[in-house]
Design a binder for this molecule. Structure first.
Ligand SMILES: C[S@@+](CC[C@H](N)C(=O)[O-])C[C@H]1O[C@@H](n2cnc3c(N)ncnc32)[C@H](O)[C@@H]1O
Length: 271
């Protein structure tokens, strides 16, 4: 297979996946090795940034724990200006650039200015969580649909999400940007009609060595993950029950299964 070309004067909007560097696509890895400028978010793993060319300029425009971040307009202009100077630019984002990643906004800005761009998908958090925490997003007899939703709220406390409709839809729900609002989100879903006993899990730092999974029900999950500052999602749905048998990546190690204890060993696992 001939690899696609990497062109000067182009912005590559690239998904870095949820953390484990092995989950990077081949295209992303090649682009990182070729980029002259890498503009990245805070959640991109250091091991992935290490894959950038030694001469590349790395700019962190992310924000964590209330720290300073670069405003979206400034990022847009930085990308467009660098490409207009003829540089190979990689805009590297956690997960997938088009899932709660503003990749669409940045691409629209570039298009309006006549700057060439390419969108390179990454593994979004929900997929990483599903595989590395052992909870299929869909499973025959348990869930036939999956919804990815933001737990982010507006400053006035309102939300763009119709929680009543989500509760009615059922299936598996993965709530991004939910940490710090877990109890409120769970309560909203219960009020909207989702059973309090519905299995639920909070997965933090998914696919990374420090991955943590806390299981419970919709009624208890808000309490279980209180006080955490790691990036995390809330997964709600019957599929969370399968974790007891499907968890294979525990404590950041892949060898749990090889050590021979087999399915069911994680029935009481929290970490
Ligand atoms: C701005 S969104 C970006 C989502 C990203 N574009 C994606 O596709 O996964 C950031 C949120 O993604 C989730 N997230 C990102 N990386 C994560 C990880 N390794 N484990 C758990 N949640 C993660 C958290 O909910 C975090 O607040």
């Amino acid at each position: 297979m001939t690899a696609a070309p990497i062109e000067a004067g182009t912005v590559y909007l690239v998904g870095a996946g949820p953390g484990d560097p092995e989950l990077l696509t081949l295209r992303a890895a090649r682009l990182l090795g070729a980029a002259e400028l890498v503009v990245h978010d805070a959640l991109v793993s250091p091991e992935i940034l290490d894959m950038a060319h030694a001469d590349a300029e790395l700019v962190d425009v992310g924000k964590r724990h209330g720290g300073r971040h670069t405003c979206q307009d400034r990022i847009n202009r930085m990308l467009a200006d660098a490409a207009s100077e003829g540089r190979v630019v990689v805009r590297l984002k956690g997960g997938d650039p088009l899932v709660f990643g503003r990749g669409g906004e940045e691409a629209l800005f570039l298009r309006a200015r006549g700057v060439r761009f390419e969108l390179v998908p990454g593994i979004t958090t929900a997929l990483g969580v599903s595989a590395y925490a052992g909870m299929p997003l869909t499973h025959r007899g348990l869930s036939s649909c999956v919804t990815l939703v933001t737990g982010h709220e507006f400053p006035d406390g309102g939300s763009a999400v119709d929680w009543e409709a989500l509760a009615r839809t059922g299936g598996t729900l993965v709530v991004y940007m939910a940490m710090g609002r877990l109890a409120k989100i769970a309560e909203r879903l219960i009020r909207a009609g989702r059973a309090p006993g519905t299995p639920a899990a909070v997965v933090e730092s998914a696919t990374r060595h420090e991955q943590r999974v806390k299981c419970g029900t919709l009624a208890t999950v808000g309490v279980e993950a209180r006080g955490s500052s790691a990036p995390g999602v809330l997964l709600v749905g019957e599929v969370a029950r399968l974790r007891d048998e499907l968890a294979w990546f525990e404590g950041g190690r892949r060898e749990a299964w090889e050590r021979g204890s087999g399915p069911g060993q994680f029935a009481d696992a929290t970490g």
